[in-house]
Design a protein around this ligand. Sequence first.
Ligand SMILES: Nc1nc2c(ncn2[C@@H]2O[C@H](COP(=O)(O)OP(=O)(O)OP(=O)(O)O)[C@@H](O)[C@H]2O)c(=O)[nH]1
Length: 374
Amino acid sequence: MESSLLLILIIALLAVAVIGIGVGLVISSRGKSTPPVVEAPPVDTTPPVEAPEAEAPVAEAPTAPTLERPEGRESRLVRLRQRLAGSQGGLGRGLLALLSRDRLDEDTWESIEDTLLTADVGVAPTQELVEKLRTRLRVEGAPEDARGVLREELLNLVGPDMDRALRVSGADGRPGVVLVVGVNGAGKTTTVGKISRILVADDRKVVLGAADTFRAAAVEQLATWGERVGVDVVRGPEGTDPASVAFEAVKEGVDTGADTVIVDTAGRLQNKAGLMDELGKVKRVIEKQAPVTEVLLVLDATTGQNGLIQARVFSEVVDVTGIVLTKLDGSAKGGIVVQVQRELGVPVKLVGLGEGADDLAPFDAGAFVDALLG
Ligand SMILES: Nc1nc2c(ncn2[C@@H]2O[C@H](COP(=O)(O)OP(=O)(O)OP(=O)(O)O)[C@@H](O)[C@H]2O)c(=O)[nH]1
């Protein structure tokens, strides 16, 4: 009996030992510092997302190593006044010679009229001027100061009181927007470049929009103007919708805190409806960002009546607020200033006086008449 009890006890102890070893093994295997099971990341079947590429730059960074300094205001104006007098002086000298004759007979008055008409003063303004001079001479007698009388009357004709200030500033922290329109070859792109230089010389931050997208060369030309003075030029590929380039240019101007955005446009004049659509859209799209503060119509002074016809069409499709008369250096027909202002009821604000980069001057009625009188 005792031995069977002993046997049971041994068996029981063995059983406990076996169970204990088993449990110990389990516990030890759990407690072992096996690396935690890292769940395999779910396999992403979507294509890898690449880091966003920098957006295709619309604005060209200036690449010119050294920037030009545009000519300062004072020296530019002195130089250009001399050039204006050189090109236009003939009209005044001719008139003065005629007015200073001892006898002012009908032939002389006719010659005075012809001189004015040849200088593109236009029929109605010419008749007006001659009538005034005749009356004054009748009432006041032969003038001792023929030059003074002529100066006064020419000045009245040119409009000394017209507001010729360029609206290049915007409101509410937004840039001023200058839209430049006109037919191809009138000097639009050149004028946009020249205006940007004047503004840069005044320490203003400028952005240019190359919205003349129908001629790749015009875009390149504008880019070069910008590079020379460190001004950003916003452009699109050839044939891009001009309105989208104008929009991007003004957007860049707003985003970068520019003072002025100048937008060059294509002046395709095949038909009035097309032009109206194009310029109308450009203006509408710009105005989603900032109001257009100035619409400048560029006219080639050497084109006479043709230029006037174009001017009329443009003024019918877009609200022109100022005229730029280019190539006045190459023409003795400064009288076109009078005609075009009458025709459009809009002042000449700037005159182009050469192909040089700084050959653009604000139009000053007094200085202009002095230049006419030589
Ligand atoms: N002499 C002189 N030439 C000028 C003046 N303004 C522009 N030009 C020249 O006129 C030519 C035409 O000028 P652009 O600026 O290319 O004319 P555009 O109207 O932009 O013509 P597109 O680019 O074809 O639309 C260029 O050779 C200019 O150098 C000026 O005031 N005087």
